[in-house]
Design a protein around this ligand. Structure first.
Ligand SMILES: Nc1ncnc2c1ncn2[C@@H]1O[C@H](COP(=O)(O)OP(=O)(O)OP(=O)(O)O)[C@@H](O)[C@H]1O
Ligand SMILES: [Mg+2]
Length: 224
């Protein structure tokens, strides 16, 4: 049997937030994610979902173990290499959107492309915004957008570079059923058509139905 190389692999990653009563947010966890695989992560509030996602996205450091992305051990990359890697290969949708308030929706979306010294494909970017139902919001600033619109701008920004790995923290937390299924279908399409690897945190059972795989997390313990 030919073994497909995982795009993303976590070996015994864990996280404790220190303090008077330390929080063991993520117990040692090993996971592998394949190209084109769509994984949903579910669990109660405070169970460690965002902690897991942030470590997988190299936004936070694991206390233990190792993270391997496309064959590269993340701990062996320099800060500059890691930043470049994150910019090109990982798309992250933050739970709180994390948009730049002084940039328009359009400027927010193309930000990672410009940061990389490239120029956006205008038609392609417009098509992406249209697909998410936010094309008419392109010239507005975040404070002029609804929560759900901001959320979709954040998703467009994560997808625009066509990253190998998309990590989305509750990307439909603020959306109605119709827009949630738009997002789910777009993510499903990204997996099937472009072999992108998607890990999505969700509270929505209907969203989890679109995934190939379901991870449950409870008090920092992850189970398939
Ligand atoms: N920076 C931090 N310092 C201390 N504790 C933290 C920190 N970030 C998270 N925690 C704690 O770690 C645990 C896991 O938090 P995390 O944000 O991963 O939960 P979550 O599953 O994403 O929850 P939610 O569904 O509410 O977003 C929680 O008990 C939280 O209070
Ligand atoms: Mg969270």
């Amino acid at each position: 049997m030919i073994e497909i190389k995982p795009v993303l692999e976590a070996r015994e990653i864990s996280k404790t937030y220190p303090g008077e009563s330390p929080v063991y947010a993520l117990k040692p966890t090993s996971l592998r994610f394949q190209p084109g695989e769509f994984t949903a992560v579910i669990g109660r509030s405070g169970s460690g979902k965002s902690t897991l996602l942030r470590i997988l996205g190299t936004l936070d450091k694991s206390d233990t173990g190792e993270l391997i992305i496309e064959g590269h051990g993340v701990s062996r990359l320099s800060e500059a290499e890691l930043a470049r890697f994150r910019r090109r290969r990982i798309g992250f949708v933050h739970q709180d959107y994390n948009l730049f308030p002084e940039y328009t929706a359009w400027e927010n979306v193309i930000f990672p492309i410009r940061l990389d010294g490239a120029t956006e494909d205008r038609a392609k970017t417009e098509a992406l915004l249209d697909r998410l139902g936010i094309l008419r919001c392109r010239d507005r600033f975040p404070h002029e957008l609804s929560g759900g619109e901001q959320q979709r701008v954040s998703l467009a920004r994560a997808l625009v570079t066509e990253p190998a790995v998309v990590l989305a923290d509750e990307p439909t937390g603020n959306l109605d059923a119709e827009n949630s299924s738009r997002v789910a279908e777009l993510l499903r399409f990204a997996c099937d058509e472009y072999r992108q690897t998607i890990v999505m945190v969700t509270h929505d059972a209907a969203m989890a139905d679109y995934a190939d795989r379901l991870l449950r997390i409870r008090d920092g313990v992850v189970t398939e």
